[in-house]
Design a protein around this ligand. Sequence first.
Ligand SMILES: [Zn+2]
Length: 338
Amino acid sequence: MLGTILYGKGDVRCEEVPEPKILRPTDAVIRLSASCICGSDLWPYRGLNDVTQPMAMGHEYCGVVEEVGSAVTSVRPGQFVVGSFCISDNTCPHCRRGFQSSCQQREFMTGAQAPMARVPLADGTLVATPAMPPDDLIPSLLAVSDVLGTGWYAADAARVQEGSTVAVVGDGAVGLMGVLAAKQMGAGRIIAMSRHKTRQDLALEFGATDIVSERGDAGVERIKALTDGVGADSVLECVGTKESMTQAIRSARPGAMIGYVGVPHGVDLDGQTLFFSQTGMLGGPAPVRRFLPDLIDLVLTRKINPGKVFDLTLPLADVAEGYRAMDERRAIKTMLRV
Ligand SMILES: [Zn+2]
């Protein structure tokens, strides 16, 4: 079959790879309904993470179970499933407390930019839908497995509540999903920080009430002006740079929570600044597994449409163009037909 391999900076290829097999009794092999490219795939693509050996790319997936190992009991061949980009047993102490992305048996999903993929710890990682979903819901179900789950976690970690004021730093796909999540959680005001017209429009569609296009000091000033000089109750940091983290901390009111889900690159936090900001921070890789049942239900009942975040769809063979389009910010998020 065809699969996606990253060889180094700017060098991603669609090429012939072996079909996945059951390696352990707890594995499943699934046939993907669609795949996509993640913003985090751009870190190694841009050479910001070292690529020491060819990497089988892709960690967002949904599709039909093809085969399961002898120990798998909760899913069976023929079922439609959605899984998290973090592999988890869903039984260890961290999983039981809702932090499946720190599972004691954690692995990260790989090789899902392909027609088929192996999912380890299938019982703990996969959630089956009650029936085969209609085709038009596939993009939204695919979004659940990482980008929506991560935006949702940012809002959850930032303790977004009914009526609260939320600032979202970052207008990438995760930031836009954070806007959607904050809206679902009943936020009264959602300030999206974005300088790009198409992303601003999508943020407004997902529930943003205000757009701030300024950054740095000017951005902080605008947020303060919009909140009577107070700052936001909850801030979602969805980028992972020093600038975005600083923006998030300075946009928060004392006592606020910051949910940070952008993988930090070059972020150094100053102890004194953090101390006097009096803000709480919770972040990390999203425990998407915790949210899967509820998010799948919201999609199947058509209460949310996170699939709108895909603004480019390409055949798997053109995966390299999908990476380029996201790298050059011509596309927010690329879906791949497999
Ligand atoms: Zn676990």
